[in-house]
Ligand binder design. Structure first.
Ligand code: GAP
Length: 471
């Protein structure tokens, strides 16, 4: 087992053990590519999303947010090109019949049964999950037959068995068929006219949305990295066609700042300009931001120049005029789009991988600690009485806990086990501060504050705790 594989396994195990992330439907044997967030994971994820919203939306003067439906009219996906082109090349092993993404494996050997030269030629597999709207199912397929063929069937002698040749029938797409959205972006394009009609923002402006997206990945893998259900945070930034390059460059810088803000080290993110043949069907220029995961260097988020591809398609398929009229020049045009697109799971996985640390403390003890940015730590402070059966200590600890809970919210009370065990638990969920009420507290109204990263302890007056605890 390589060091990186075992590191990944340790992180998966820690996130389960400490209530961050559980395999989806675990109790029934799981459902591959799905993950459930436990109490710590939810807090971490929500903090990350809130920080994203603060940085990219609320602190900017020209950004709006929407929250569109996951189920959309199937025309959306015809117009966007997803029904035709949102595919990955798939191969099937002729021996064990497992299926794989052709571009992710060595095609000379099957990764499961290890037979050589096992694959037939690759087929395109559409990644969108199908579903049916209303009280119909896939069985309610519409079969069409022409009158001549039908008369031939009916002309058979009464009493004889009727032989039906199914080749005479063709099936038609069920009109109730639609898809779970594979990107949040299309909800923004389909609402572009609503936004213009109601708000008429100055150009350039952006519309942001975050929420679940679904892709029936051929081989979900690498923990949450490639999931079938995941959360995207996307911005469609509308610009005058002449300004796209300037805007693209501006976004590159903003995204670099974002990764620093959440605490990813500067040298851990690389930018890769995606070659023409590898870009998504809608993009004229793409930069992948890559993070050095234990599984290798992989895309954490993308920045694409989508031109007017999407808005033009919406116009064609809806027959609605959604041009933008510039307030100053009165010129009408179809805006072009710069799209920064982030995945919550990929960012969480990067944060967890970077934060995970095994170390030996000065006293010789070993520990695992998540060195998360304070802004993201699920719990900021743990409050404990030194002994849980000493009423005088418990009373003060409870008072401090209730008080801090009101102001800082992400505060936990822990009186289980000895103080060393409490520190270990707090370290493993990345809690920056542990406060302990001890006998000295009774004399001088100070508590012990233990710092996560240095494991150093200080005495701090209860009355100055709120100023002392840095978020
Ligand atoms: N709207 C553009 C778009 O969807 P993408 O590169 O296909 O572009 C954007 O996806 C981001 O969504 C990726 O950079 C990644 O962070 C995340 N993402 C995509 N597929 C994913 C998957 N199967 N599991 C987890 N995250 C995924």
């Amino acid at each position: 087992m390589s060091n990186n594989t075992s590191l990944m396994e340790k992180i998966v195990s820690l996130t389960k053990r400490r209530g961050f992330i559980f395999p989806g439907s675990d109790i029934y044997g799981g459902l591959s590519g799905t993950w459930d967030y436990g109490p710590m994971g939810v807090l971490l994820k929500q903090k990350l999303i809130n920080l994203w919203q603060d940085f990219f939306v609320l602190s900017q003067s020209n950004m709006l947010m929407i929250d569109s439906a996951i189920l959309m009219n199937p025309k959306v996906w015809q117009a966007s090109g997803h029904t035709e082109t949102f595919t990955d090349p798939m191969v099937e092993c002729q021996f064990c019949h497992n299926r794989f993404r052709a571009d992710k494996i060595d095609l000379k050997i099957c990764p499961i049964c290890k037979k050589t030269n096992p694959f037939s030629s690759a087929k395109n597999f559409n990644l969108m999950f199908q579903t049916f709207v209303g009280p119909v199912s896939q069985d309610d397929q519409i079969l069409k037959i022409n009158r001549h063929d039908l008369e031939e069937i009916l002309s058979q002698q009464p009493g004889e068995e009727i032989n039906i040749n199914y080749d005479n029938f063709r099936t038609e797409k069920n009109p109730n068929l639609t898809y779970l959205r594979p990107e949040t972006a299309q909800g923004i394009f389909t609402n572009f006219k609503n936004i213009i009609d109601v708000f008429y923002p100055d150009m350039p402006f952006g519309v942001a949305q975050f929420g679940k997206s679904f892709r029936n990945e051929i081989s979900p893998r690498d923990f949450i990295f490639r999931s079938r259900e995941f959360e995207q945070l996307e911005i469609e930034y509308f610009v005058h066609p002449e300004d796209w390059q300037k805007s693209f460059d501006h976004w590159v810088e903003l995204i670099k700042q974002w990764y620093q803000l959440i605490g990813l080290k500067k040298n851990s993110i690389d930018l890769l300009e995606v070659a023409e043949g590898d870009r998504a069907h809608y993009s004229k220029k793409t930069i992948d931001f890559e993070f050095n995961y234990p599984i290798g260097k992989e895309e954490i988020s993308g920045l694409a120049y989508r031109t007017d591809f999407d808005l033009r398609n919406v116009i064609n398929f809806s027959n609605k005029n959604i041009e933008y009229r510039d307030k100053k020049t009165n010129q009408s045009f179809i805006p072009h789009v710069i799209e920064p697109s982030f995945g919550v799971e990929r960012m969480l996985m990067a944060l967890l991988c970077q934060a995970y640390t095994e170390e030996t403390l000065e006293d010789g003890s070993q520990r695992i600690v998540l060195k998360l940015n304070n802004k993201l730590a699920p719990i900021l402070v743990v409050v404990s009485p030194l002994l849980k059966n000493q009423q005088s200590l418990v009373e003060i600890a409870q008072r401090i806990f209730q008080d801090l809970k009101q102001s800082l919210k992400y505060v936990q009370y822990d009186d289980n086990g000895n103080i060393g065990k409490r520190y270990r638990r707090a370290d493993e969920i990345g809690t920056p501060y542990c406060l302990t009420v001890d006998f000295q507290t009774l004399d001088d109204q100070t508590v012990t504050v233990r710092h996560r990263d240095s494991a150093k302890q200080e005495r701090v007056n209860i009355s100055s705790l709120k100023e002392y605890l840095v978020i």
